[in-house]
Design a protein around this ligand. Structure first.
Ligand SMILES: *[C@@H]1O[C@H](CO)[C@@H](O)[C@H](O)[C@H]1NC(C)=O
Ligand SMILES: *[C@@H]1O[C@H](CO)[C@@H](O)[C@H](O)[C@H]1NC(C)=O
Ligand SMILES: *[C@@H]1O[C@H](CO)[C@@H](O)[C@H](O)[C@H]1NC(C)=O
Ligand SMILES: CC(=O)N[C@H]1CO[C@H](CO)[C@@H](O)[C@@H]1O
Length: 399
């Protein structure tokens, strides 16, 4: 009796395991199919527009530096960094303890960070330690050279203006406010004198210093026709423009509706910039997030192909992070939901995600918004510098 009960039970459990297995296989196949559809939809959207690359002339400045790309675990071991009990945030790095706490702080959130090292001994120690590492890859870094390279790879004629000396590594920028502001004013003078037929795009980086953000708004942002940034930087800009607190880390998986609302906030303030002293009204805003690319363009502007640009940006993100031009759907994941709301306010519409036409575009007031999902690479090769690649690729499709 007991043994037959056991047999029945084990038969039932075998059947359950079998069903679970078949179900898993079914959902895996379904998921693959979905990813294949999304990918071919994006590739089609990318092909819909061909940028006039060779006829496009682009000048890029100014931030440039030498990037050290490293395996984090190797770095931690080599420098004898100990795991912190409590991750913590600092505006700048002074000691090894702070370095490991800061690293843990951002790593936990999957967020990118750039911080100034205020301790020269530590800085040299880090560089020296990095030099001998097996994983070390050196690359010309900084927004400007990254964007220049991407644009020239796409065929545009590029003029790059940047300082790239060994000294640059050793100078510690941003410490002396007077000098920083003077530099920004030089840039401001240049931007103010630029003909309005030449379009200006500004790519934001990760800041925590509120006074710096405010200075950048005054000297650069109000001269830009187009802005690009990631989802971490967006709330910082919003809070600076609208007077709320700066957020150090925003949610690394922000809800689409929140990001879209923040984009509207930025656009509403900056589209009303008074056109005097060479100031410009914002007509384009590109936000790159882990899960999707969102581009807002003003209807009366000359920015074209917003849909293809969003697809191009999304594909560039995948290609960059996976480190390969051809995309293998076995190595990607979709983290965007099946539908999203366009706003957290009562005016929000729900947009269903269509596999074959993955880029959703719609119009509101005097602007258009396009959202393209990103297929997130599960075999990550690199992420640093991705934003610049992504922004440049999208931008080129729109001029
Ligand atoms: C790390 O620790 C090892 C062994 O304790 C030591 O030889 C090495 O010099 C240390 N490295 C640094 C960068 O402090
Ligand atoms: C600066 O870094 C060095 C090397 O890691 C360290 O010995 C020193 O204590 C640090 N200085 C401060 C003020 O933390
Ligand atoms: C900003 O945040 C700080 C600390 O988190 C708080 O003390 C301050 O009141 C906040 N300011 C505003 C304007 O919300
Ligand atoms: C996928 C992709 O486009 N990656 C490029 C990003 O930009 C760097 C240069 O800055 C290229 O080397 C990559 O191939």
């Amino acid at each position: 009796m007991i043994s037959s009960k056991v047999k029945v039970l084990s038969l039932i459990s075998i059947i359950i395991v079998l069903i679970a297995f078949l179900f898993k296989k079914y959902t895996d196949d379904r998921l693959r199919q979905k990813l294949d559809h999304v990918l071919s939809g994006l590739l089609l959207a990318e092909k819909k527009a061909t940028p006039l690359a060779s006829q496009t002339r682009i000048a890029i400045g100014f931030g440039g530096c030498l990037d050290y790309v490293l395996d984090a675990m190797e770095f931690v071991k080599k420098l004898n960094l100990t795991a912190p009990d409590e991750p913590e945030h600092y505006d700048s790095v002074e000691s090894k303890e702070q370095l490991s706490k800061l690293f843990a702080y951002f790593f936990r959130h999957g967020a990118a960070a750039e911080r100034f090292v205020s301790n020269e001994t530590l800085f040299n120690e880090v560089i020296k330690g990095a030099e001998g590492m097996a994983s070390l890859r050196k690359a010309m870094g900084g927004n400007a050279p990254q964007m220049a390279r991407r644009l020239s790879m796409e065929g545009a004629t590029v003029l790059l203006a940047t300082h790239l000396s060994e000294e640059l590594l050793k100078t510690l920028p941003g410490t002396i406010k007077g000098e920083r502001y003077a530099r920004l004013q030089k840039l401001q003078n240049l931007l103010a004198k630029t003909k309005s037929s030449t379009k200006i795009h500004f790519e934001l980086a990760s800041f925590t210093d509120q006074s710096l953000i405010q200075e950048i708004i005054e000297t650069v942002v109000v001269y830009a026709d187009s802005l690009g940034m990631n989802e971490q930087e967006l709330p910082n800009l919003v809070s600076q423009l609208t007077g709320d607190n700066v957020s150090l880390i925003s949610d690394p998986y922000p809800r689409t509706a929140t990001v879209l609302d923040q984009m509207r906030s930025v656009y509403r303030v900056l589209k009303n910039t008074k056109k005097n002293y060479g100031h410009r009204r914002l007509t384009r805003l590109h936000i790159h997030t882990l899960a999707y690319q969102a581009i807002l363009t003003s209807k009366e502007s000359h920015w074209k192909n917003t849909m293809s640009a969003a697809a191009k940006a999304s594909l560039t993100a995948i290609r960059y992070v996976c480190g390969s031009d051809s995309i293998d759907t076995m190595k990607v994941r979709l983290i965007m939901d099946d539908s999203f709301s366009t706003s957290r306010s009562e005016f929000g519409k729900r947009i269903m995600f269509t596999e074959d036409k993955p880029v959703s575009c719609w119009e509101e007031e005097d602007y258009q918004i396009c959202v393209a999902p990103v297929l997130v690479c599960t075999a990550v090769l690199q992420t640093a510098g991705g934003g610049d690649n992504i922004s440049s690729a999208g931008l080129l499709y729109q001029i």
